[in-house]
Design a protein around this ligand. Structure first.
Ligand code: CU
Length: 125
């Protein structure tokens, strides 16, 4: 009875350490800012799309793609990483007509996990 109780406490401890482990939480890249911002409604086409993460990300496997409402990829496929701030990725776009666009990104966190995500912005006439 008593040893069972201790086992349960140990299990709980192991479980909480897994949850708060810095390797599973703090090293995982999260997008913190973008330009255009998420769900922004703008009237002029941006010239580039900027994405910032909470931490630096790897230079391999990075991807930023802009997709129009018909599913066509419209960016210039020229994703770059800022040299002095590796948490910042960007790509350029041609002059975009009014539409709702989805930006998809993929990066490798410093904990080696691949992080993908997306957000939208709208250009109104
Ligand atoms: Cu991670």
């Amino acid at each position: 009875m008593k040893s069972n109780h201790i086992k349960n406490i140990l299990k709980l401890l192991v479980f909480s350490f897994t949850i708060i482990s810095p390797f599973s939480v703090f090293a995982h890249a999260i997008m913190v800012k973008s330009q255009p911002e998420q769900n922004a409604i703008i009237t002029v086409s941006p010239q580039k799309i900027d994405v910032w993460f909470n931490d630096k990300v790897g230079s391999e496997y990075k991807a930023v793609a802009v997709i129009d409402s018909k599913g066509n990829r419209v960016d210039n496929k020229d994703v770059q990483q800022e040299m002095l701030d590796s948490s910042h990725l960007y790509c350029t776009v041609p002059n975009l007509p009014p539409d709702t666009y989805t930006v998809r990104y993929r990066v490798v966190s410093i904990d080696t996990h691949i992080v993908t995500g997306k957000f939208q912005f709208t250009i109104k006439p």
